[in-house]
Design a protein around this ligand. Structure first.
Ligand code: PLP
Length: 283
């Protein structure tokens, strides 16, 4: 499969910022983002928005970082290090979303700035454990999504944000239109959780064109952190100068390979992981 170019030895690598929550089980969130970025040859910058208490079975609690500290982490790395793209994951509350949106606008991250922004509107874990206070949904809709170069909800998040229950291609396109209508430059409706199909089709929409990305469904219970891995890989490709459709194509192939390479961990769901790439790089 296609791999992103690695920076020649001694040169400063491409940088991508993740603004998200940690996962103590090392499967999803910032751990998935950082792992994906490293495997894609990208230096990960990290602004922690929340710390989750989590293992392979579920999330038993989380602690929110004060909004000002989240914003200051962003300001600190942007001013000194610079970056080619950013992504958001778990932001937990409307106060954190407001602070993140304000600092992103201030430093030029987002669809109207210099630095593209991938918004993964994380609402809950795959086990249904909440990762976002319900009061924050309006901030996701009206503050966060309007900043997105591309927004990447799964079907549960689509239902919460738009009220649309995606069951087929027609409803997926309706949802993509609704998300674009909220202000995202591109919307990506991920069909991976549609259990009816032997393949997984994602629909990308920019207000004009619908583009479809299909890959074989990989049947594994070890699919923890798949959404984060996809969004992080999109951000890595954007930072390398890809346009959004090409970045999504790259990321979809990447996450499919990662799903195929996922491994057992704990008593629950193991991580979608690109550790195979490490072997490849070392070979
Ligand atoms: N924990 C954190 C910190 C996350 O950001 C996410 C998803 O984005 C999850 C857990 C949930 O991952 P999954 O839906 O794969 O369980």
């Amino acid at each position: 499969m296609e791999l992103l170019p690695l920076t020649p030895d001694g040169q400063t690598p491409v940088r991508v910022l993740t603004i998200a929550g940690t996962d103590s089980g090392g499967g999803a969130g910032i751990q998935a983002d950082s792992r994906t970025m490293a495997m894609c040859g990208v230096h990960a910058l990290v602004a922690v928005a929340a710390v989750t208490v989590q293992n392979s079975v579920g999330v038993s609690g989380f602690h929110e970082i004060p909004p000002q500290i989240v914003a200051d982490q962003v300001r600190s790395v942007v001013g000194d290090i610079g970056l080619g793209a950013a992504k958001t994951g778990m932001l937990a509350s409307s106060k954190i979303i407001d602070a993140v949106a304000a600092v992103c606008t201030e430093v030029g991250i987002g669809r109207n700035g210099q630095v593209p922004l991938v918004v993964d509107p994380v609402c809950a874990s795959m086990h249904g454990d909440p990762l976002l206070h319900p009061e924050a949904l309006d901030a996701v809709r009206h503050t966060l999504i309007p900043l997105a170069t591309v927004v990447t909800p799964n079907l549960d998040e689509v239902r919460l944000i738009t009220g649309i229950d995606v069951v087929d291609d027609t409803t997926a396109r309706k949802a993509a239109e609704a998300l674009h209508g909220l202000g995202a430059q591109w919307s990506l409706v991920k069909g991976g959780h549609l259990r009816t199909s032997t393949s997984s089709t994602d629909i990308l929409f920019d207000g004009d064109r619908f583009l479809e990305f299909t890959s074989p469904r990989i049947d594994t219970g070890n699919d923890h952190g798949g959404g984060d891995t996809l969004a992080a890989a999109i951000a890595c490709a954007l930072a390398n100068g890809y346009d959004v459709p090409r970045a999504v194509e790259f990321a979809k192939a990447w996450v499919t390979r990662c799903l195929a390479a996922s491994y057992d961990l704990g008593a629950g769901h193991g991580p979608v992981s690109p550790l195979w790439r490490l072997r490849e790089v070392r070979a």
